[in-house]
Design a protein around this ligand. Structure first.
Ligand code: MLT
Length: 411
């Protein structure tokens, strides 16, 4: 008799965005003529920039010729892409990385979900609350989260509330965590950490031999000068931090899939006997066993992000979405809503009117204005009474959504 991993039974019935898709499909079924505007899942809508498309076309042609055809590539990614990542995303900011510290992958979601595999099951995990659900669910699947309580909190996860009361800045938890997930610019709140705030975490991790799992998928959206783009801008972070980056939101790769993870040689965790083991070695072992690399065509596309044309085009892309963010932020403020984020991130985090339950607001917005957003409580207990909209729609539907907030929503 085959036994299942019973940890899966402890999870919510479906992943947050799958649940939303289900509800929207039901609404569409009942209201086939409704023109639904989707500002729920953070999925991009602009086509891939031309420089990327050209590079991919060229790579497709190479695959058609025996002389230039490629089969399995290196599991860690092709050198041509890793070199560009190191030079443009890190060396340009004074951060020096070795070629074997970069692991190209098919997504920050997969890497953030898979990374917990290389850690012991007894580690205490700390997450900001609200949180990107992947961090919590992947640890719950592994059996590291304990039991889920009526308040929606897992018994073995340390939650660090981020609400308007603390300006969305996580405070060190009471329980000493071993693994600390930080995502900045933050999904879902759209807020950032200053260098000083981030330094506190790096110092804490160094003092306590904890590891920081730093998700910086939205760094390309940072507009303000002093906001850190990488955790390695902080002294000592190479000893304690793994960083996740993605081409999804930076260059429109949500459907094409390409990302990368940095595991510096110095980051170590321990055996039960106290022997220090480099995580780079473990992650490499994991990736070479379970992953066969990102397709050549896709990596050539990602490489084109770093050409002069590519850089110009992706900057335009980011500005397009950030103008949407401004439209939503200002539009919602003009109808009296309390709004956060949207300045260094493509997410707008709003307080629901009259402290309405997040899912009730989801239904109200869908029914009255035919707009889909994401209920804050879906991101964790401290997201209760909040709601997320994304700036990833097209301009027309973003403007139309704001208009509907003004005219259709009964606030
Ligand atoms: C989101 O809506 O939070 C994003 O789509 C998350 C992701 O990139 O998986």
């Amino acid at each position: 008799m085959a036994l299942i991993n019973e940890n899966y039974l402890k999870l919510h019935g479906s992943y947050l965005f799958a649940e939303i898709a289900k509800r929207v499909a039901k609404f569409k079924g009942e209201n086939p003529d409704a023109n639904v505007i989707r500002l729920g899942i953070g999925d991009v809508t602009r086509p891939l920039p031309d420089a990327i498309i050209q590079a991919m076309h060229k790579a497709v042609d190479e695959m058609a010729d025996e002389k230039t055809f490629r089969g399995y590539g290196p599991e860690q990614g092709y050198d041509f892409l890793i070199e560009k990542i190191i030079k443009n995303d890190y060396a340009a900011r004074g951060i020096h990385l070795g070629m074997d510290e970069v692991f190209v992958s098919d997504g920050a979601k997969s890497d953030c979900g898979n990374i917990q595999e290389i850690f012991g099951i007894d580690n205490i995990v700390a997450v900001t609350d609200p949180v990107y659900p992947v961090y919590v669910d992947s640890n719950a699947m592994a059996g590291r989260a304990g039991e889920i309580g009526a308040d929606g909190k897992w018994s073995r996860i340390a939650y660090m509330p981020c609400t308007s009361e603390n300006n969305f800045i996580p405070q060190l938890p009471q329980t000493r965590p071993d693994l600390i997930y930080l995502c900045f610019p933050n999904n879902p709140t759209g807020m950032t950490l200053s260098k000083d705030d981030l330094k506190k975490w790096v110092d804490y991790a160094r003092a306590n031999k904890s590891i920081i799992l730093f998700d910086s998928a939205y760094e390309a959206y940072i507009q303000e000068k002093d906001v850190p783009h990488s955790i390695y801008e902080i002294e000592g972070a190479r000893e304690v931090a793994i960083e996740f980056r993605s081409f999804s939101k930076t260059a429109g790769f949500t459907g094409t899939r390409c990302a990368y993870t940095i595991v510096p040689k110095e980051v170590e965790a321990y055996t039960e006997k106290g022997e220090a083991i480099p995580l780079n070695k473990l992650w490499n072992r994991r990736q070479t066993t379970k992953f066969n690399g990102v397709p050549y065509i896709i990596q050539r596309g990602a490489e084109a992000v770093y050409t002069e044309e590519g850089q110009k085009q992706i900057k335009e892309l980011v500005q397009y979405y950030m103008s949407n963010a401004k439209i939503i932020k200002e539009g919602l403020e003009s109808v009296g809503l309390k709004v956060f984020g949207g300045v260094n991130a493509p997410y707008i985090w709003l307080k629901t009117p009259n402290d309405m339950d997040s899912w009730d607001f989801f239904d109200k917005l869908l029914n009255e204005a035919n707009i889909v957003g994401t209920p804050g409580s879906g991101f964790g207990p401290s997201g209760k009474g909040y709601f997320r909209l994304t700036a990833f729609g097209n301009r027309e539907s973003t403007e139309e959504a704001v208009e509907r907030f003004r005219k259709k929503l009964k606030l």
